[in-house]
Design a protein around this ligand. Structure first.
Ligand SMILES: [Zn+2]
Length: 396
């Protein structure tokens, strides 16, 4: 493909200029020089190469108060496209994006029990071609892509080991990279979804205000991605659930990881449902008119919204423990921004408010400059978009 041939011919200087334009464009030459310390002649040579390879374009002139208006440069938005894939526990998603990080197409499907690796890949392929048709983009314009998924995994070999609490069947040592590459006929890189999400959020900050970001996704499990000094912090086996297995109760209940009293024992969809049911068994009053075994997380959220005392008690306790875990964690790594996301945070305002109360209660004064934000800039697309962006990062 033309993309690979062109990218192979780029020098380090070319790539450096490209990265600045990709991150900060539209941008003037003067500003690029400020970021790169390059001489104008060197910069001009690099930009000529990037324009020839259709990676960047001149897009017009900057508004000026007098004198000659400086030209603005940006990435070429209509030459190369990328696919971003997110395989998570409850859903999978496919997006199509360009060099400008725009999401041009997105579609997701539920990961029901029968969603085996083969069926999932077939769905992804179907959505991918549907997206191409809708956008009227020919397949050879897609340069490649990335997958953000659940650990533990081997990102080099592209294998998902056996993820915990993964309901869809057959996900045991799955060579997902190879399967996707065969189905889509292109190169796909793979990383943990929390890493790809935190990378997307890092790129979205064009002021480079934040170089230390934590991304927390609370759902069936708790996943965390961390960027420190602009670099993704890798974890053992790319598992990214270490935070969820931080012990917050020395006398706590046993966790499936082998420890006791982990954050995840209190602040996950499963633990919330478990706690709620255990309270009903103790005689507390529920308004959910269902058999105890059929009560779902969504039932509890709805009950809480209707003002049910039990549902709110369970959510408040769960949020309190998560808040304590987060306060402990930020004291160690000192991030500038913490992005709170995932099904629990997104589906319950009440839970989110309890969580903020807990953080406020336990955080110490000099950590008060840490920003806690809900969802992040790319919301539910962060994992897939970040995966596509990691592919570009690897090539350019
Ligand atoms: Zn644990």
């Amino acid at each position: 493909m033309e993309f690979y041939k062109n990218v192979e011919n780029l020098s380090e200087d070319n790539k450096k200029v490209f990265r600045i334009i990709m991150r900060f464009g539209p941008i003037t030459k003067k500003k690029i020089i400020k970021y790169t310390n390059m001489k104008l002649t060197t910069l001009n040579r690099s930009m000529a190469v990037l324009i020839k390879y259709k990676l960047i374009i001149e897009i017009g002139e900057q508004e000026s108060t007098g004198g000659r208006k400086p030209a603005l440069f940006d990435v070429n938005q209509v030459e190369y496209y990328f696919v971003g894939i997110d395989i998570s526990r409850t859903y999978s998603k496919v997006i199509l994006s360009n060099l400008k990080r725009e999401i041009l197409y997105e579609e997701e499907f539920k990961m029901e029990q029968d969603m085996t690796p083969n069926k999932t890949v077939a769905n992804i392929k179907e959505i991918f071609y549907k997206g191409l048709n809708t956008l009227k983009i020919s397949k050879d314009k897609i340069a490649g892509g990335g997958l953000g998924t659940i650990g533990p995994l081997d990102s080099n070999k592209g294998i998902i080991f056996k993820p915990n609490n993964f309901y869809a069947k057959g996900w045991n040592n799955v060579p997902i990279k190879e399967m996707l590459e065969n189905a889509l006929e292109m190169e796909i890189i793979i990383d943990n979804g929390a890493n790809t999400a935190v990378y997307a959020e890092y790129l979205s900050d064009s002021l480079v205000e934040y170089t230390n970001i934590v991304y927390v996704n609370c759902g069936i499990g708790i996943r965390m991605g961390v960027i420190a000094n602009g670099k993704i912090i890798p974890t053992i086996n790319n598992a990214n659930d270490a935070f969820g297995h931080m012990v917050v109760n020395y006398d706590g209940e046993p966790c499936y990881c082998g420890k006791f009293g982990c954050v995840e024992c209190y602040a996950s969809i499963l633990s919330i449902v478990k706690k709620y049911i255990s309270y009903i068994k103790l005689g507390k009053v529920t308004t959910i008119e269902k058999h105890i075994d059929d009560i779902t997380f969504n039932d509890i959220i709805r009950a809480s919204e209707k003002g049910e005392i039990l549902a709110n008690e369970v959510l408040e306790f769960s949020a309190k423990i998560l808040g304590i875990g987060l306060v402990n964690y930020v004291s160690l790594v000192n991030p500038q921004k913490v992005i709170l996301s995932g099904p629990i945070i997104n589906s319950s305002k009440i839970f989110y408010n309890y969580l903020l109360n807990s953080i406020r209660k336990y955080i110490v004064r000099d950590e008060n400059n840490i920003r806690f934000v809900k969802g992040g800039d790319y919301k539910d697309n962060a994992i897939a978009l970040g995966a596509a962006q990691l592919f570009i990062k690897e090539k350019l």
